[in-house]
Design a protein around this ligand. Structure first.
Ligand code: PMP
Length: 351
């Protein structure tokens, strides 16, 4: 399998070699518990605090004490949702790890016109970059705003300015899986999510995932440093892909033009996205029919439904998500492949 044909970077990315190098000592020579008093423990604790500073600086936080390590953005989003309970608003574009607890708690889903949201000045959660379409959502001026920044880091400039809370997951930008953070501007506003230990100021109990945390620190520092270069690469990939795909009145692009650039959502009228995903896989290309977390479900996407896509387009949607591993040639080849296969499926008699 060729990494340049891996077009599922929104589902996850592969570990960056520099990140692995940073993690390796904490997987091998020092496996100490960051809460132990001995020298192994103290060294691990030092590495954790260094990573907390790296994350804090990368996100533009005021203080590393505003960063709480979690097992990923899913946990961070659930933490926020349970903290806020029922009296808050959320956008219809949120990832299921925010959307589902929000609905279960009885929070209010905002109305939308396309990507425009009708917000009020009360607790609100709006993600930065949508994981299905790549749309970049604007932050309204709201006193208590949470944003899921998971798909934004490394792809667009990211900052917690204007936010009270934010969620991030390391594996979307070259870090390890199973580690993320909840940023809280006012840490005293938090209630413990997991009880039973004094880790993370007693707010998130459980032995710290030291290699994961160290990997996240290294990955976010690298991601932010390389973001401008990555953006240029994404623009070139995107252009090559669309040249390969061409235009067709039965192909519609759900991604707003000139936006984040790493996620492209394309609908093929009357086709089934999964068919194209499987055919692409047989040709060595990894793409997705939607969010990875729901790609095995047959429920229509709540995001595309909120955008008003009709069923004949909804079903035929694929997500192509670009990243460092892709080459310009492979992006062009994928566009051409999808065009060719869609034409074959639309005109079976001609094949
Ligand atoms: N939010 C968004 C926008 C995502 O894309 C994802 C990952 N698909 C998550 C949250 C959840 O991240 P994780 O699975 O790493 O907890």
């Amino acid at each position: 399998m060729l990494p340049e044909r891996y077009f599922d970077h929104a589902a996850t990315t592969f570990l960056h070699p520099e990140v692995l190098a940073a993690m390796l000592p904490f997987l091998t020579t020092n496996g100490g518990n960051a809460h132990s008093l001995h020298s192994w423990g103290r060294e691990a604790a030092g590495a954790v605090e260094h990573a907390r500073t790296q994350v804090s600086e990368a996100l533009g936080a005021e203080d590393p004490g505003q960063i709480f390590f979690t097992a990923g953005a899913t946990e961070a989003n659930n933490w926020l949702a349970h903290l806020w309970g029922s009296e808050w608003d959320f956008s219809p574009f949120e990832h299921s790890s925010l959307f589902e607890p929000a609905q279960a708690l009885g929070a209010h889903m905002l109305e939308n016109q396309g990507y425009q949201l009708e917000t009020q000045n009360r607790r609100t959660s709006i993600m930065r970059v949508n994981n299905e379409t790549g749309a970049v959502l604007d932050f309204p001026a709201i006193d208590e705003l949470h944003s899921d920044l998971t798909q934004a880091v490394s792809n667009i400039p990211v900052s917690v300015a204007g936010l009270q809370f934010a969620s991030v997951s390391a594996h979307k930008f070259g870090g390890p899986k199973g580690i993320g953070v909840l940023f809280a501007r006012d840490p005293y506003a938090l209630e413990p999510m997991l009880r039973g230990g004094d880790q993370e100021g007693g707010l998130r109990a459980g032995t710290l995932n030291v290699p994961g945390i160290v990997g996240m620190g290294a990955a976010i520092e690298l991601a932010v440093r390389l973001q401008p270069q990555k953006q240029a690469h994404l623009i070139a990939l995107r252009q090559a892909f669309f040249e390969g795909l061409g235009k067709h009145d039965r192909i519609r692009v759900n991604t707003p033009p000139h936006q984040s650039g790493h996620i492209l959502s394309i609908s093929f009228q009357g086709l089934v996205g999964e068919t194209l995903v499987i055919e692409a896989d047989q040709a060595g290309f990894a793409i997705s029919s939607g969010a990875a977390c729901s790609s095995r479900s047959t429920e229509p996407s709540h995001v595309l439904t909120a955008l008003g896509l009709k069923p004949e387009w909804l079903q035929g949607t694929v997500r192509v998500s670009l990243g460092w591993s892709n080459s310009i040639e492979s992006a062009h080849a994928l566009g051409e492949f999808l065009k060719r296969r869609a034409n074959a499926l639309w005109n079976p008699e001609s094949w």
